[in-house]
Design a protein. Structure first.
Length: 260
């Protein structure tokens, strides 16, 4: 699941809820909230896994601020904010599609309405044969590869862009999420931002800007960063769930699990 890239933080509410916590506990609580946001709103209720997120054993005061539901830890306010963020993203995506389709139809009609000037016959009437030839030969796409174009409504990053994002430290899911934000921005933009000569190159620049706020550089993040730890946590949780749900076969003649 691709997470929402930005988590809103209501500063007044957060400070009010954490006045009774020590400084280290405030840090643990914020790390837990960010990990939940990236994971889709909940984390496995596993002490070993949670301690990796909080950089040590999680405080009972922090745990008291969370909710346990079906073996998962969550936070109800975070679930509401995550649902709101997804609704906004979906609405913007649909608005972008409608705007892009309308723009494409408008550009197509404009191109079809501007054929070359036709010749006139000696009697002053238009040469309809020449007019039909001009319309048939009129290009629907710009000639040459250096002319700026609009982004296609169904644009997706190619493998080269994905691999470039991976070298910057993003996962494939993260690149997909960034690409969706980039597509929505490009389709809803106006003015000079609607046209680019190379959209793949523009997306690579977009990903480089995404790294500046987190990694302070253009290279991949070092091992042990928060995103990597959270991804490992989720992978281990899935493997653990798979092991617990798979049937266990007892060989014939062997003792039962409870016998000596």
């Amino acid at each position: 699941m691709t997470s929402q890239p930005y988590m809103p933080l209501w500063v007044g509410d957060f400070l009010g809820d954490t006045l009774h916590l020590e400084a280290e506990e405030v840090g643990q609580y914020l790390l837990i909230l960010m990990a939940m946001w990236r994971a889709g709103g909940e984390l496995p209720d596993d002490a070993a896994l949670l301690s990796r997120v909080t950089r040590g054993p999680m405080s009972e005061n922090v745990r008291a601020l969370l909710t346990v539901r079906d073996g998962k830890l969550t936070q109800m306010r975070l679930l509401r904010e995550l649902s709101n963020a997804r609704s906004v993203t979906d609405a913007r995506r649909e608005a972008g599609k409608r705007g892009a389709n309308a723009k494409w139809l408008k550009n197509k009609d404009t191109k079809m309405a501007k054929p070359s000037v036709c010749h006139k016959q000696n009697n002053g009437t238009q040469d309809h044969t020449q007019l039909a030839t001009n319309v048939a030969n009129y290009p629907l796409t710009p000639k040459g590869g250096n002319r700026a174009t609009s982004l296609s409504p169904d644009w997706k990053p190619n493998e080269d862009c994905i691999q470039y994002g991976i070298t910057l430290g993003f996962t494939r899911d993260a690149v997909d999420g960034i690409a969706e934000d980039f597509r929505i921005w490009a389709l809803s933009a106006s003015g000079k931002n609607t046209l680019k000569k190379n959209w793949e190159l523009a997306f690579k620049g977009w990903m480089r800007r995404e790294t500046k706020g987190t990694y302070r550089g253009s290279g991949p993040p070092k091992k042990g960063n928060f995103a990597q730890i959270t991804d490992e946590l989720l992978a281990e949780a899935r493997e653990k769930d798979a092991r617990n749900s798979s049937p266990r076969l007892i060989e014939s003649g062997s003792a039962s699990p409870g016998s000596r």
